[in-house]
Design a protein around this ligand. Structure first.
Ligand SMILES: [Fe+2]
Ligand SMILES: [Fe+2]
Length: 212
């Protein structure tokens, strides 16, 4: 024991290796010291992969591919969420957003077309994670008001992700001068915000009180 403490004492900044109290302190200090060392300024700078975005136009197109994948994945999941919801209002809200989502997919295809590009999907890890979480919530709750509250929570996370994404893509489109794309992206952004508001209303008035 004494040897270990002495060893720690020699590497730590504090002095007086003889004192038991100070050797305990040193152990703590040493831990704190080692953590930031592993994150050196050099290792946290990531080298770009092959095919990395060269400019804002590239980043914009990458973002479009991501959200195109995300909307398509959501289109597959929404009917499952609807089936698992109990409240009629929630079922209706999901069903109506499914229709909107189908339109949004077409709208994204129009965005690609306006850029003279073919619509392409690239896996969006964020949406995949959010949808996985949604599945988990359904599995971990009994059918009824509590599951409904969970579905609303999961759906709102999805909407917030979409709002952030479309907001960013619209800003990129504006800077890049893609007027048609901007118009289409703002239309979808409006729908996502409206859907989020509807879900907040459902959570506030119906489900949260029933789920208690
Ligand atoms: Fe959407
Ligand atoms: Fe949405």
């Amino acid at each position: 024991m004494a040897t270990t403490k002495d060893k720690k004492g020699t590497t730590a900044k504090n002095k007086s290796a003889d004192s038991k109290k100070s050797s305990t302190k040193k152990a703590t200090t040493k831990k704190k010291d080692t953590a930031p060392k592993s994150k050196s300024a050099d290792s946290s700078k990531v080298t770009a992969k092959k095919g990395a975005a060269k400019d804002l136009q590239d980043l914009f197109e990458d973002g479009l591919k991501d959200i195109y994948w995300a909307e398509k994945a959501l289109k597959k999941e929404l009917p499952k969420m609807e089936k698992n919801a109990s409240s009629k209002e929630l079922k209706n809200a999901i069903a109506s957003h499914l229709k909107e989502t189908e339109e949004q997919i077409k709208r994204l295809e129009a965005v690609f077309k306006s850029l003279g590009k073919k619509a392409q999907a690239e896996k969006c890890d964020a949406m995949a994670g959010l949808l996985d979480e949604g599945k988990g919530i359904i599995e971990e709750t009994e059918i009824g008001a509590v599951r409904d509250a969970g579905i609303i929570a999961a759906a709102q996370k999805v909407e917030h992700y979409e709002i952030a994404t479309y907001g960013t893509l619209a800003a990129f489109a504006k800077v890049l001068g893609h007027k048609e794309a901007l118009k289409l992206l703002l239309e979808t952004l409006k729908e996502e915000k409206k859907c989020d508001k509807t879900l907040t209303g459902l959570a506030d008035t119906n489900l949260n009180s029933k789920a208690e």
